[in-house]
Design a protein around this ligand. Sequence first.
Ligand code: AHG
Ligand code: MN
Ligand code: MN
Length: 336
Amino acid sequence: MEKKRVITLSQFIADEQAKFPESSGDLSKIFRDIKLASKIVNRDVRKAGLVDILGAHGSINVQGEEVKKLDVLANNEFIASIQAGGDCCALISEEEDYIRHMNPDAKYIVAIDPLDGSSNIDVNATIGTIFSIYRRISPKGSPVTEADCLQKGTNQVAAGYVIYGSSTMIVYTTGQGVNGFTLDVSIGDFCLSHPNIQIPQDGKIYSVNEGNFPVIPLEVREYIKYCKTPDASTNRPFSARYIGSLVADFHRNLLKGGIFMYPSTETAPTGKLRLMYECNPMAFILEQAGGKAIDGVGRIMEVEPTELHQRVPVYMGSTKMVEKLETYLNSSEAAQ
Ligand code: AHG
Ligand code: MN
Ligand code: MN
């Protein structure tokens, strides 16, 4: 029997780059840096219970959230690796108040959620890293501006996530489809395991923090009621699945089909999730995989960013499920 050839992430990226002979290779180098940091974070996550890296760091981040030790560790690892690589001119991170300026002669900007799902760290549930890459607008060599960092999601050059689950994977897109690579710890490399990921057009999983039910918009409540109403012809009631780590909830729905929702609430009118390093990268991946991501009004990737840590309501997943939700959002009377 012929042995199947293993394609590593590095090989895959090199092959992709070779299709564009005019490319500088800088983007590939950023992937190399992200890959290295994710392996280091993976190592630390895997022994989190054995060493003193569980629990609170003792500080509060710019968004008023308690910072965990692994948040800090992951932030430091990704920044160190990307900075040392020298191919990034600026970075924005969930854990940093301001733009972090790097090599002014480089052309790429990275937005990152270094550790997604912080509330799950201490309980051994799946966590992740989310990243998004843009090309600067201002010329190389000049100081990076806020406008460089606040570009619409449609300008993303690449986006991806690392999921530290029962295995560790990198899933990413550069606008040529979505591919997933699983870390083989025995060889220390990510290997292509999920080529050309396509989200099922329809699904039967809905993912939302239902504890917020009384404080989310009426139209979304009506859609959730629809998800729960028995109907054999549409496979309802759907299954509720919600871990509380965006990466984990998103990854499951990407592979199985489903809808993820984080609507506005009475106390958080723009929702909870951040546009630049949570919603936009996931929206890019999703659209590349044949799914849909909206903020309730239009495409997530067309939201005009105004702040580094801006939050947006988000509804994303299998196209048919998102479109069904839209029938509710677009009518004051709940559609049937
Ligand atoms: P982070 O850990 O990076 O701050 O992100 C947490 C986010 C996201 O991962 C998840 O989808 C959401 O918070 C869960 O929020 P609730 O606990 O409000 O459901
Ligand atoms: Mn997050
Ligand atoms: Mn985070």
